[in-house]
Design a binder for this molecule. Sequence first.
Ligand code: GAL
Length: 424
Amino acid sequence: MVVQGLDNGVARTPPMGWSTWNTFRFDVSSSLIIKSADAMISSGLRNAGYEYVLIDDGWPMCAEYNHRDGHCLVPYPRDSQGRIQVNTTKFPDGMAVLADYIHSKGMKLGIYTAVSETTCGGFTGSLHHEKIDAQTFADWGMDFVKMDTCGKGPYGCGVHDGCMQNSTAAMRDGLNATGRPIVFYIDAGNPTSSQRTYNPYQYHVRPEAMVKVASIPSQLVWEWGPSTANMWKHWFDIGDNWASTIDNLHNMARLEMYQTPGAFNTPDMLTVGQGAMTETQYRSQFFLWAVLGSPLILGNDVRSMDNFTIELLTSSEVLAVNQDKDCVQASLAHFEGATEVWVKPLSSRNFAAVLFNNGPEPANVTLEISSNYQGNGDFYPATFPSAHLRDIYAQKDLGVYTDGYTALVQGYDAMILLVIPDLL
Ligand code: GAL
């Protein structure tokens, strides 16, 4: 199957940037955005390609806060023209001035809303106001819109009645009508738990991790996502821990066919640099997100990054794999015990491969070269007699291999290789 990606001219390769959510939750402000953008420039992130600065939930005016956790208990009314009002304490100069600043730095600005009357955090959402909100975001100079799907009670959109598809389609049309190039992201991972979208394909990969198969076609966001948005998430929010990283990773398996330039699956933001995992675990997360061809949206505090984090995130050969123009998502070509091999075909006709050890003990991981993994019923996109291998994180050539290449990979660690086949 060949999917047709949304043809709105943007996100021809996976968008890269940073979002406020993972670290700052509802505590967003223009000063945080400006300081973070400045830090992205001084640390080299912007020049490495991280150009989107994304304001997540918490930016609209709120009539009554829960001061304990920053949720909005009573959303603020729209203005006389029906527009969402910006919190003037957090954004004293308004959004357009902030967008001007970000643009003057060669970067792009994004904003957040939801397909419900209130966002996940209880702030004003866009349900039934998609058109005017799209216009407002464009008028402010936004370059990216994330639309969430937290449907709560009578205010929620839900998924069973097609409301989620209708509201996101209305936002897509509204954004297109503005004439401004805007990346559109649907976070479909947050309907109420009984309505969650499940990935039936994952069953073939890690049966023991399977929870439930979606029975309602409208829940399968990857099927209607490519014609509606530039990117979508169907699974839980990522947390800065290993179990969450692995769960989100495995839920990407077998969704390769839905990804194409302009339309991306995503296992959610990265947590690299947030501090609760080891360097090894962050490195693995980054390599895996890279070969998935997922959008790379950071969630750490970019104002205070150590050298390891900066070097990892700006690793040029790894980023080049992620940004490959064919945008093919890596397949889980093989798994055995806790080890996994993910393979991404590249436009150059080479491949990128991640040799990954998902267990705590060191383990041998083998990249097959001439055997095509056949016999396991597993997937490998090509066979060839031999291949040159390069460790693209260490930037080191490993030599020519024929049958296969086996590496001892430490617990929770991964290697990312460029595989340059010798043609028959
Ligand atoms: C979640 C969403 C997060 C963040 C949050 C804001 O449901 O998946 O990424 O946007 O809502 O309230």
